[in-house]
Write a protein that binds this ligand. Structure first.
Ligand SMILES: [Zn+2]
Ligand SMILES: [Zn+2]
Length: 260
């Protein structure tokens, strides 16, 4: 089955493969659209990985020309970390360049990267989850972007620590985040990279999708967050099963920017 992808990384940020290598793989997988959404972060005054947008756009245009005859549309993009906390810098980046896809990510909580265990150290884990979703809602309401990335990424370390919440413990905060997505017409991303077989995590994600459906949500994107070619097709079957079980199959945006 054919698919498109609006969240991938290359050597322009922390990806392993070059843009042209990713494009070649996308063509061989039968994809019609791929967006390269490199990281932009401003924590500690540092402009993250994405420090040379002109080079990125130069290479992007070359790949657009090269792969168009192969039926692949190559889109520009950026994944901005906590843009609501770096509004001036984030707005400047977005007004300086024409990005097709803008992804917002809650990568930071209490000044700690959420991929790092420090978020949980000396804190009540349930409060960490609640704070994460509460702050995600603030970010969605206060900065404009098209896709909220990996809505469930805070579960990564929690799952490893064996301290995932129950659904009722996070329901209020998650429902409010979902309302924020619907109010602002921001897409809910199912991020495939870490989906696989983590049972309780997937159960929580399914519950989030069911709440989203209940609230009237109808805009889901299934993205790989690929950091190398082999990530591109990963776990799409798991994501498809989740949206099917949540009754949200029709909400999946297979062509975010163009018609098929
Ligand atoms: Zn991310
Ligand atoms: Zn990413």
């Amino acid at each position: 089955m054919s698919f498109n992808d609006y969240h991938t990384h290359t050597t322009f940020s922390d990806g392993r493969d070059s843009m042209s290598t990713m494009c070649r793989e996308a063509v061989s997988l039968g994809m019609e659209e791929i967006a390269f959404t490199e990281h932009a972060e401003w924590v500690n005054g540092r402009t993250g990985f994405f420090s040379h947008p002109p080079d990125y756009f130069h290479v992007l245009e070359r790949n657009q020309d090269h792969f168009a005859p192969h039926g692949l549309r190559v889109l520009s993009g950026v994944e901005i970390g906590n843009p609501h906390e770096h509004e001036k810098d984030a707005s400047l980046l977005l007004s300086s360049y024409q990005f097709d896809v803008v992804i917002g990510s809650m990568h930071w909580l209490y000044g700690e990267n959420i991929h790092n265990i420090n978020c949980f150290v000396n804190r009540d884990p349930i409060k960490v989850y609640q704070d994460y979703f509460r702050e995600s809602a603030v970010m969605v309401r206060n900065f404009n972007f098209q896709i909220l990335a990996h809505t469930d990424r805070i579960f990564l370390r929690g799952a490893q620590l064996g301290i995932l919440p129950t659904a009722p413990q996070i329901e209020t905060e998650v429902r409010d985040m979902l309302d924020a997505l619907i109010e602002t017409d921001t897409a809910f991303e199912i991020n495939c990279r870490l989906l696989s077989a983590r049972q309780h995590w997937n159960t929580l994600l399914l519950r989030m999708l069911m709440w989203y459906k209940e609230a009237g949500g109808n805009k889901i994107v299934i993205n790989s967050d690929a950091h190398q070619t082999k990530h591109l097709p990963m776990n799409r079957d798991v994501a498809a099963d989740l949206v099917h079980r949540a009754g949200l199959k029709d909400a999946v945006q297979t062509h975010l920017l163009s018609s098929p």
